[in-house]
Design a binder for this molecule. Structure first.
Ligand code: PHE
Length: 358
């Protein structure tokens, strides 16, 4: 039975050395498998006398059980170890704080400009830009406001110092100079909006020296006042996210449009709460009109061939009306509490398909 002891020792050593589940399986096959060392001994039992077979068989079975047990124990150990490793790998620290909400906010002016751009872009308008520092020609003369025209006084212009040639640069008093720059640089058809900063030397409850406008300009051969009305009516219902917003065009005057109209939208003030939509009240939101022939001429366009409309709106005013912001001056106080309250989450980009405001 020396041989049995040897085989047992070898088998147990093999099991003890197996460092993985695969190695253990190999050890099992080498010992208890069909052609394994222990199974080989079993076969030799057949050649023994019944007496011998009885003792040898019992001893062999004991070894077989011992090895099987060793394999089972090693396997359980290996599995426990593998589980430990997996748990260690996939460890999650549940005590970590949740990802904090982004604390920056988009200023309502930026938000409202993005909303307006989204709406007009859908209608086929392109965004155009011009400089904040303008000259007389673009801000006034080309817009049919010649020198000494009373409209120049109305604009409360910030002027820069006089240059050697007697001219002065100025901070643009409206976004309309972008109309001029666009018409000078492009051939019709033209369909642009120009959002941007504007400046007037005026500061009180309802005026800030810097504010924002959005300009619209369409020039081609057939565009008429009906298109202007349709465009702005479509814009206000989409912008205010209200089913029906009455729009009223009130005859007015701007040197650069003829005819000119101020644009009012319907509202109700029932119960002291201002609501955009059907109601007994009206709110002015901007100016508009058909581009004046003199303006077309100043840009080298023949008014007998080309025509179109223009409009201008105040961005702060639109933001105040839409989001119920009561005081214009708070837009520029840089008060973080205000911004946290009225601002917008950065990733909520306004789109028509996803919703302007969510
Ligand atoms: N530029 C005008 C203003 O600032 C607004 C306007 C734009 C009016 C275009 C008519 C057409 O008051």
């Amino acid at each position: 039975m020396d041989e049995l002891d040897k085989i047992r020792a070898e088998a147990l050593a093999l099991v003890a050395q197996a460092a993985s589940l695969e190695a253990l399986e190999a050890a099992r096959v080498a010992t208890l498998g069909k052609k394994g060392s222990i199974s080989g001994l079993m076969a030799s039992l057949g050649k023994m006398s019944p007496e011998e077979r009885k003792t040898a068989g019992a001893a062999l079975n004991a070894v077989k059980d011992q090895v099987a047990e060793a394999i089972a124990a090693a396997k359980a150990g290996q599995e426990a170890k593998a589980l430990e490793e997996k748990l260690a790998r996939e460890r999650v620290d549940v005590t970590l704080p949740v990802r904090p909400e982004a604390s920056g906010r988009i200023h309502p002016i930026s938000q409202v400009m993005d909303e307006m751009i989204a709406i007009f872009a859908q209608m086929g308008f392109e965004v155009a830009e011009g400089p904040d520092i303008e000259d007389d020609f673009h801000n006034f003369t080309a817009l049919n406001i010649p020198a000494e025209h009373p409209a120049r006084q109305m604009h409360d212009t910030f002027y820069f110092g006089e240059k050697a040639d007697g001219t002065r640069h100025l901070l643009r008093t409206h976004t309309s100079p972008v109309q001029i720059r666009t018409m000078l640089a492009n051939k019709p058809p033209i369909r642009i909006i120009a959002p941007g900063r504007t400046y007037r030397c005026d500061s009180d409850m309802t005026h800030t020296p810097m504010f924002h406008q959005i300009e619209g300009l369409v020039i081609d051969k057939t565009t008429h006042m009906g298109h202007l009305k349709g465009c702005l009516m479509e814009f206000v219902t989409t912008f205010f996210e209200v089913d029906e917003v009455p729009v009223r065009f009130r005859p007015s005057f701007f040197p650069f449009t003829e005819p000119s109209a101020e644009v009012d939208i319907g509202c109700s003030r029932e119960g002291g709460e201002l609501k955009i939509g059907k109601g007994s009240g009206w709110l002015e939101i901007g100016g508009s009109g058909m581009v004046h022939p003199n303006v077309l001429r100043a840009c080298g366009l023949d008014p007998d061939e080309y025509q179109g409309f223009a409009f201008g709106m105040g961005v702060e005013r639109m933001a105040m009306l839409k989001y119920g912001i009561p005081d214009l001056r708070t837009f520029f106080d840089s008060d973080l509490r205000w911004l946290k309250h009225y601002g917008f989450v950065p990733l909520d980009v306004p789109t028509l398909s996803g919703g302007l405001t969510r």
